[in-house]
Write a protein that binds this ligand. Structure first.
Ligand SMILES: C[S@@+](CC[C@H](N)C(=O)[O-])C[C@H]1O[C@@H](n2cnc3c(N)ncnc32)[C@H](O)[C@@H]1O
Length: 310
């Protein structure tokens, strides 16, 4: 049965074929979404194989459930933050997995639905939480943040050159009780950024606030650390990221865990006894082809990195 999903999976073939190294292994898709990647994973697995899918969005979980149930019973879906994946393994008495996959960021459905407040293109509440039961929205953050912290957030997570001007304007709007919707935030940004830079500034500021309130960078780092402890030797960590900050983190995590020796170069023999945990499979990130980007403009910033547990 064909189901039209509200999201086109990015780098589908490249990621799934890198992930699966044993057709009877256990795989985690930590960002299940509309099961674009998971559908392809489950289709390939043999009867002993298993897919565990996690997502914080109940609509995504329901959609994925309908989709995957037509393929095979060898899957389990959980409405859960991927940072807590080990709870699922513990409950199921699973000690090792063969692959861990993350397709970070926003699905098209999250961008297009104004109620989630992720996009400056639609007017909606200033929410931006992946967790629908979360209690710290973008509005809460902006109501309570100091100017200095807001500047830091916009610089660190958005690399926004006009961070100071924008932060001042946002805080003024908050003080006048005019910061309740995504269009309020959009207007504040457009008030102080010249027209030709506005689209970039809007993307960067919305991205920075989203990363901050969902604690995305810390969660990603902690999850990668834990995921490699659960991988079988030969098992794979496969991550698609969509902005430079995330990609830099994935890249340096893989580089650091692949280092074979940290001795000073002057030493004639190695005495550090460092044992690498990962082997790099992609020395350069895999990016979508021109035709993939033509078919799906949201794929344009995607970068795929793969590492294998030693
Ligand atoms: C880019 S989409 C994944 C799309 C999916 N690969 C597909 O092909 O349909 C990212 C998904 O991750 C989810 N998500 C983001 N952060 C999460 C987290 N910390 N834990 C669990 N799910 C998360 C979002 O709700 C969204 O559905």
């Amino acid at each position: 049965m064909k189901i039209d999903a509200p999201h086109i999976p990015v780098l589908l073939e490249e990621s799934v074929s890198s992930l699966i190294t044993d057709l009877n292994g256990i795989y985690i898709d930590g960002t299940l979404g509309y099961a674009g990647h998971s559908t392809s994973i489950l289709r390939r697995l043999e009867p002993e194989g298993m897919l565990i899918g996690l997502d914080l969005n109940p609509n995504a979980i329901n959609f994925a459930e309908n989709r995957l149930s037509t393929i095979s019973p060898n899957y389990a879906l959980h409405l859960l933050n991927f940072k807590s994946f080990s709870k699922v393994l513990f409950d199921r008495k699973i000690r090792k997995i063969q692959g861990f996959f993350l397709d970070l960021g926003l699905s098209s459905a999250l961008i297009d639905e104004p109620e989630y407040g992720f996009s400056y293109r639609n007017n909606g509440p200033l929410d931006m939480q992946f967790d629908r039961n979360g209690s710290f929205s973008a509005k809460d953050f902006l109501q309570n943040v100091s100017i200095d912290n807001l500047i830091l957030t916009l610089k660190k997570y958005g690399e926004e050159p006009n961070a100071r001007k924008i932060a001042n304007e946002i805080v003024q709007c908050v003080n006048q009780n005019k910061m309740n919707t995504t269009f309020d935030l959009r207007n504040a940004i457009c008030n102080v950024v010249p027209e030709r830079f506005q689209v970039k500034a809007l993307s960067r500021v919305f991205q920075a606030i989203r990363i901050k309130i969902n604690d995305e960078i810390n969660i990603l780092k902690r999850t990668m650390e834990l995921a490699i402890e659960f991988l079988n030797p030969g098992g794979r960590l496969v991550i698609i990221s969509y902005h430079s900050l995330e990609d830099k983190m994935v890249k340096s995590f893989i580089n650091n865990k692949s280092i074979k020796c940290i001795c000073p170069t002057q030493l004639p023999i190695c005495c550090c006894k460092v044992t690498p945990k990962l082997k790099k499979i992609t020395s350069k990130a895999i990016v979508p082809s021109k035709s993939d980007i033509e078919d799906n403009s949201r794929a344009r910033s995607a970068k795929l990195r793969v590492a294998e547990r030693i």
